[in-house]
Write a protein that binds this ligand. Structure first.
Ligand code: TRP
Length: 339
């Protein structure tokens, strides 16, 4: 029997290169080897967007199109909409008893988000508890493996704690999941900050067109201390080189660029040997080559409005069947099965 993967995304906008490096790439690679479910976590997205639920529907479609664009195959991999699986909400309620408020307050990712969103003392209970709902997402699908960006490590940790407590209290029922992170690490934002994130406005979307990519790359941060191309520059902590490493298939050229950049210097005409603009131009070309087939697939799938919703309906049905089995096992273990 195949082992299972569950992972997911909040439908708050189009997916970007950070999602690709952090998780999508692993999902595409593993979808044939594992029984794979990808969850479009609209209920989780509501925990910090409940005042504007109307953003969800369009974004669910965009995320599904991004999945198709990067090469997730809906026959191999079920695209599941979280809100349509009440079994997940059921599981969340049972798990909430296994977690303390103090523990939730210590979750570093939730803490960082609370600060970033300026929630102060006004943290919605649903938001504070979303890691528990995420544990329900993962366990509902009996997932062995969860490919995610490393910002999600604390969620996997909390899920493992909940599973361990559940199994201890009620008997071995739930699978203990493992996180799968990329060896490459996190992709920085175009502004050089540690994380690419829509709320920071430093993303390149998978669906960005060529002109947009060119513009964003030209505006990227590089080594702030290198004022002209004549000076030796830093390739570490330099997002332009982080992207070259992640997306430029011509490794030899990337090494050559790094070497020239580190050395600085000028040619016989007094021009810099390698200026930032050249490094960026080559990056924009590499990115556009990488994204072009995805854009083409996206456009193809977007043409038929009903196709995406058919894929989502079918995937959600498959997901619901799996989640229902888990809920049944959980209720049995807890002796909450009366009839
Ligand atoms: N928290 C994830 C994010 O912000 C999305 C998500 C929801 C998820 N449920 C999940 C990821 C289950 C992995 C597994 O991107």
């Amino acid at each position: 029997m195949k082992k299972r993967i569950l992972t997911g995304d909040r439908p708050t906008g189009k997916l970007h290169l950070g999602h690709y490096v952090g998780s999508l790439k692993n999902r595409v690679a593993l979808q044939h080897e594992y029984e794979t479910y990808v969850l479009i976590a609209d209920v989780q997205a509501l925990t910090d967007n409940f005042e504007r639920p109307e953003i969800l529907k369009q974004n669910i479609r965009e995320v599904a199109l991004d999945y198709l664009a990067v090469g997730l195959d809906p026959n191999e991999c079920a695209f599941v909409i979280q809100s349509q699986i009440p079994e997940i909400a059921d599981l969340t309620i049972y798990y909430l008893n296994l977690v303390t408020v103090a523990r939730l307050n210590r979750n570093p990712t939730v803490k960082a988000e609370m600060t970033q969103k300026g929630m102060g003392d006004e943290v919605p209970a649903g938001f504070l508890c979303y890691p528990v709902s995420q544990a329900a997402d993962i366990t509902a699908f009996d997932a062995h493996l969860v490919p995610v960006g490393d910002d999600q490590k604390p969620m996997i940790e909390q899920t493992r704690e909940i599973v361990s407590k559940f199994n201890r209290l009620y008997g071995e029922t739930l699978v203990t999941p493992e996180g799968l992170y990329t060896e490459q690490g996190r992709l920085p934002g175009t502004d050089g900050s540690a994380k690419m994130s829509k709320s920071l406005g430093n993303t390149i979307a998978i669906s960005d067109d060529e002109e947009t990519v060119n513009k964003k790359v030209m505006a990227m941060f590089t080594d702030p201390n290198r004022l002209t191309g004549r000076e030796p520059g830093n390739v570490e902590n330099n997002p332009v080189f982080a992207y070259h490493d992640a997306f430029n298939p011509n490794r030899a050229r990337v090494e050559e660029l790094k070497d020239l950049y580190r050395r600085g210097g000028e040619n016989e005409k007094g021009k810099p040997l390698l200026g930032d603009v050249q490094v960026k131009r080559e990056l924009a070309n590499a990115l556009n080559e990488f994204l072009e087939p995805m854009r083409a697939r996206r456009a193809e799938f977007a043409r038929d409005e009903s196709y995406v919703w058919d894929v989502l309906r079918d995937g959600t049905q498959r997901g619901k069947a799996r989640a229902a089995q888990t809920l049944e096992a959980v209720k049995y273990a807890m002796q909450v099965d009366y009839f």
